[in-house]
Design a protein around this ligand. Structure first.
Ligand SMILES: Nc1nc2c(ncn2[C@@H]2O[C@H](COP(=O)(O)OP(=O)(O)OP(=O)(O)O)[C@@H](O)[C@H]2O)c(=O)[nH]1
Ligand SMILES: Nc1nc2c(ncn2[C@@H]2O[C@H](COP(=O)(O)OP(=O)(O)OP(=O)(O)O)[C@@H](O)[C@H]2O)c(=O)[nH]1
Length: 530
């Protein structure tokens, strides 16, 4: 095998070779750096090729001591999110300075960059990680909230829904107003709304109060009936410390996730598919060792189950046990509840009813699992109720589910009956496999061999103007889900179909059953050092 295959940039200075146990990098001065022997061992084990000697293509500019995770561009979904941090929602009418406040609050964390940019939800809400004193949390920016429908503003309804979702999952709310404009009728509407809908503490921030009479300007906001107004300035940072002391005082402190080894599992699906029947089956068939553990999400209850020496946290079982129409009547809240459960889990058990046709709702939930980057096992339930089963029934069922849920081609399907317990014993095994894949790290050497093969078969595209897409190299930058950064000359040269092709090739070569994977395309601004 030679380096510099189709689409690889050849002779740019650093041909990284994996030869006889060393990855060596040629440098301009002829010196070479040796990377670890373990890389080759990993590569050989993963590829099942103990004796192979191979090149890994051209790695433009991988320098000694350069840790790839640190060097990644800021945008993107590459950091490993902490699952159970409390959320602080920032809410208010448009233009009061919410974004400025969010930046200010999150700036202690990596310069305020977005570190948890949830695909699919960032359009609507932005989560940023923040610390204050000994508390760690996410700050959630909601869109500007307006209650009157204005035909010119088509997204108002969506923004309101997003704000509702943010409130649902929040442990505290910061209500931002504009001190320079004084109390506005929209502020009053939001105050009424918060008093009615919001069950968590609300802190009133009066922004743009950087001037000497800031305290005086803020005092006017006592009339909103939301308690003490905090005079702050998002731009200057004044007053935000006092506000944060207050907000954080009541925030729950998060248990170090490293100590928490339980596997988080959510049971999701449309109404009536058998979620509570499956829950009871899983809890009964195993030893429910702890129960009624309130989660960070208001109102949720988790249950711990032990199976084969491992601990599983079944997430938001209150949401499953609570019957439809009692508290969360609308589809909106039901779906939202499922979305929250997905976010908190490592793996989701997506139940579908084998006796019924599948619908848009199944697709919506599946899509969210992918967007959140969670592992998934599809349970095709009520197998016992299928009449006139013959040899082909099982295959037909499988095919139908695959066809109906194209987002989840990678998720294993368990055809089961929660009612009779048939095949439900397989559920934990499938969860374990999915978790293993979800946390799997693949060495750079292996990834680049797959990349090399893929590029040899299908060269990166060139534009009509003759600009050639070039791939320098790729590396895994995070787990949960496995995320591969692809360093290229210009990401805009790589269209959706080529990106899909590349993702498909990684899957084909490396499996990753039970977990979504992400491939992020990065333009490499750093010029290779010759
Ligand atoms: N004087 C002053 N201006 C501020 C302050 N914070 C924000 N602004 C200004 O207020 C305007 C709106 O700020 P944003 O942070 O975009 O407001 P927002 O509430 O997020 O707006 P939407 O996204 O429309 O809801 C900008 O022009 C900011 O420069 C502040 O502390 N003092
Ligand atoms: N035949 C058959 N019926 C089942 C099975 N699992 C659940 N059911 C029945 O399906 C109905 C709904 O089951 P639930 O477990 O309440 O479903 P759910 O998904 O929790 O429903 P919601 O609370 O409405 O979301 C009940 O009548 C169950 O007895 C199964 O494996 N086979």
């Amino acid at each position: 095998m030679t380096t510099g295959g189709a689409g690889f940039v050849s002779n740019i200075g650093f041909t990284t070779r994996l030869v006889s146990g060393n990855i060596c990098r040629r440098t301009a001065g002829g010196g070479k750096s040796v990377r670890s022997w373990a890389v080759e061992r990993d590569a050989k084990q993963e590829l099942g090729k103990p004796d192979v000697e191979f090149d890994i293509g051209d790695f433009g500019g991988l320098e000694e001591g350069w840790t790839l995770e640190e060097d990644l561009p800021e945008e993107g979904t590459v950091s490993e999110p902490k699952q159970r941090l409390p959320m602080v929602a920032v809410i208010g009418r448009p233009n009061v300075g919410k974004s400025m406040i969010v930046n200010r609050l999150s700036e202690s964390y990596r310069g305020g960059s977005i570190v948890h940019d949830l695909v699919g939800t960032t359009r609507d809400r932005t989560y940023r990680r923040a610390f204050w004193a000994d508390k760690e949390f996410f700050v959630v920016d909601t869109g500007g909230l307006i209650f009157e429908d204005d035909p010119n503003q088509v997204f108002l309804k969506e923004i309101r829904q997003q704000a509702l979702i943010a409130l649902e999952e929040a442990a505290a709310v910061i209500f931002v107003t504009d001190g320079q404009q004084g109390v506005n009728p929209l502020d009053e509407q939001i105050a009424v709304f918060l008093r009615k809908e919001c069950k968590v503490p609300v802190y009133l921030a009066v922004n743009k109060c950087e001037s000497d009479n800031g305290e005086f300007m803020a005092a006017e906001f006592w009339t909103l009936g939301m308690g003490q107004p905090f005079a702050v300035s998002g731009i200057h940072g004044t007053g935000t410390g006092d506000l944060m002391d207050e907000v954080c005082f009541n925030l729950p402190k998060v248990v170090d996730p490293v100590e928490d080894t339980a596997i988080n599992v959510s049971i999701i699906g449309k109404p009536n598919v058998g979620k509570s029947t499956l829950l009871n089956r899983l809890v009964q068939s195993d030893r429910a060792i702890v129960s009624n553990i309130p989660g960070t999400t208001r109102d949720s209850v988790d249950e711990m189950v032990e199976n084969d020496g491992k601990l599983y946290r079944l997430i938001d079982t209150a949401g499953i046990r609570r019957k439809r129409g009692i508290e969360y009547g609308t589809e909106f809240f039901m779906i939202n509840r499922a979305f929250n459960a997905i976010r908190r889990s490592d793996v989701s058990l997506l139940l579908v009813d084998g006796t019924e046709d599948m619908s848009d709702q199944d697709g919506k939930i599946a899509e969210r699992v992918v967007d959140e980057g969670r592992g998934c096992v599809i349970i095709c339930n009520k197998w016992d109720a299928i009449e006139d089963k013959d040899n082909s029934s099982w295959k037909k069922m499988n095919d139908y589910v695959r066809e109906s849920l194209p987002q989840l081609t990678w998720a294993p399907i368990v055809v089961a009956s929660a009612l009779t317990g048939q095949r439900t014993a397989n559920v934990f095994k499938e969860v374990d496999n999915a978790v293993e894949q979800h946390r799997r790290r693949v060495s750079t050497a292996v990834l680049n061999e797959v990349l090399y093969e893929a590029v040899s078969w299908h060269k990166p595209p060139a534009t009509k103007a003759g600009r050639q897409g070039k791939i320098y190299y790729c590396t895994q930058v995070s787990v949960r889900p496995p995320t591969i950064a692809m360093f290229v000359n210009d990401p805009s040269l790589f269209r959706e179909n080529y990106r899909r092709y590349m993702e498909g090739q990684f899957r084909k070569a490396l499996g990753f059953a039970g977990t979504p994977i992400r491939v992020v395309w990065r333009g490499k601004s750093r010029a290779p050092i010759l």
